[in-house]
Structures are given as structure tokens and as C-alpha cells.
Design a protein around this ligand. Structure first.
Ligand SMILES: [Zn+2]
Length: 283
């Protein structure tokens, strides 16, 4: 039995997998992410001990922050500041007596979509999450060799953009596509912004299309699975985005599709961390 855990800035979910050959899992726990590291660690241990199986092959964790190069802890996590530098993998492994693997959430989302979703037959592909922030991971593979890594797609600079980003740079893509930044600028939830700013989604897709064309030209990625609350709740965005990408991109093509596993992709991909060689992930 395997456990996949998805730790986001607001909530944590865990699922139990009988096998890693299927994306099906039994929900194990769901609770608000504790802001303190020790409380969160204890909540995870309790959840696994109270409803987990007797024999556990391992735990994979998808987490909302960039993981340190050695894969042991979080290196950068604006939404989980108390976790930065804490030995999460080692602490959980000691308390639950099994191996624990950790990766940034878009990496896990990509692994799940690569194994079970629309990216199945593509060796150069990406996973994009359009939510509070704008995150992505890319997978570059050839026969038996591959590398999967998360990238800061939301913090690429767009020429002429003078908006300050929450990351400290000026001109980032995420100033147009990040849910948190849009809400701060307009003073209301994303779902209510279009009522006062009719060009919201047109501009959103124009800017995101630029970011995706840059991605295709810089990495040779050919397919992107798109997830995240903003994309999943506004399904009209994807065809508009595809149209804008097609109008700009030359010498290559980029096929956009919704993440087949929806919001479960990071949790499913977390469990898959137990089944793939660690050296194929560049943290
Ligand atoms: Zn930025």
C-alpha cells in the first residue's frame, strides 16, 4: 500500500493507493494545513496512524513550495513559511518507519498527467497550474532518459510590464495571471473581477499565451496539461488560450489540454514519486 499526500497552503489531503498502476485511491484524510511545522507533522502522523494500513511501502508528498536540491525539505515557500528548511521527509520517515519522498506540486501534477492523462504519449511536455499563483513543471525525456523539474513560469518578465510582483521583481507574468495578485489589485475575489474589468480574461489569456509561447521556444515542450482553480472553474479560458498561442507561435506547436485528473493530479503524482528513480527529478 502507498500513500500520496498533497500539502497546499490552505488544505492537506491524503489518499491510499493499492497499486501505482492506477490513479484510483481511497481518501484517507483532509484537514486545513496547520501554519506551524510541528502541528502539521503531528497531524500527518496521526492521519496515517489512525487510518493508514499496517504495512506501508512508502509515502509521497506533493507540497506547495520549491524543494531543496537534496529533496529533504522546502527551500522556498511563500505560502508555507514555517516549513522552510525543516527536515519534513526525514521526520515523517522516522515516525512512520517507511520511505518518504517529496516534490514541488507541479512536478507531482506532471508525473500524474504523464502516466494517466493527456501527456501519456509525449516525451517533451509540461504541467501548468493557474491558481493563487502561476506554476509549472516540465518533463524532457528520450527513450530511457528523462528529467522532470519545476520552473518559475509565473516569474518570467514580460516586456513593457511595469507592475510590481509579490516576488520582488517588476514585470512578471504572474501580475496578470496570479489569483492572489489579481485579488489584491482589484480588491475582490477573482470570480467578481470581470464584472468591473470586462477585458480581464482577454488580457489574462494574451499574457499567458506569451508565457506559453516563450516556454515552447525555450524548452521544446509540445504539450501542456493545465490545472489549478482558475483554469478548472473557467473552462472557456483554454480554447481562447489555445487560439492565442496558435496565432503567435511559429516553427513549433503547443497542444493545450485540461488536466485529466483535475485537482487530484498532485496527490496522485505524489504517490508516483515512490515508483520513479529519484535522479530523474531535478529539485
Ligand atoms: Zn514575480
Amino acid at each position: 500500500m502507498y500513500i500520496g499526500i498533497d500539502i497546499g497552503g490552505t488544505s492537506t489531503r491524503a489518499g491510499l493507493f493499492q497499486s501505482l498502476d492506477s490513479p484510483d485511491f481511497a481518501p484517507l484524510a483532509r484537514f486545513p494545513t496547520c501554519p506551524g511545522y510541528e502541528q502539521q507533522l503531528q497531524a500527518l502522523v496521526n492521519a496515517v496512524r489512525s487510518s493508514g494500513p499496517k504495512y506501508l511501502a512508502g509515502i509521497g508528498i506533493s507540497i506547495g513550495g520549491r524543494v531543496a536540491k537534496d529533496g529533504s525539505s522546502l527551500a522556498v515557500a511563500p505560502n508555507l513559511p514555517a516549513f522552510v528548511g525543516k527536515p519534513l521527509a526525514q521526520d515523517l520517515s522516522q515516525q512512520l518507519a517507511c520511505s518518504v519522498h517529496l516534490a514541488h506540486d507541479p512536478v507531482c501534477g506532471l508525473l500524474a498527467e504523464k502516466k494517466f492523462g493527456h501527456l501519456r504519449n509525449c516525451d517533451t511536455c509540461a504541467y501548468l497550474t493557474v491558481s493563487t499563483g502561476t506554476g509549472a513543471a516540465i518533463h524532457l525525456g528520450k527513450t530511457s532518459t528523462s528529467l522532470t523539474l519545476s520552473i518559475e513560469i509565473g516569474h518570467q518578465l514580460l516586456d513593457g510590464n511595469l507592475l510590481p510582483c509579490l516576488c520582488g521583481q517588476v514585470g512578471c507574468l504572474e501580475t496578470f495571471t496570479g489569483g492572489k495578485q489579481l485579488e489584491l489589485r482589484y480588491g475582490r475575489p477573482v470570480a467578481q473581477i470581470a464584472a468591473i474589468e470586462p477585458t480581464l480574461w482577454e488580457t489574462f489569456c494574451d499574457k499567458l499565451a506569451l508565457g506559453l509561447v516563450n516556454l515552447a521556444q525555450l524548452t521544446r515542450v509540445e504539450a501542456v496539461a493545465i490545472s489549478g482553480g482558475i483554469a478548472l472553474n473557467n473552462t472557456f479560458l483554454l480554447p481562447l488560450l489555445q487560439q492565442k498561442v496558435n496565432a503567435k507561435l511559429r516553427g513549433a506547436s503547443l497542444e493545450l489540454s485540461p488536466a485529466a485528473l483535475g485537482e487530484d493530479a498532485p496527490l496522485v503524482g505524489a504517490a508516483l514519486l515512490l515508483d520513479i528513480p529519484g535522479e530523474t527529478i531535478l529539485h
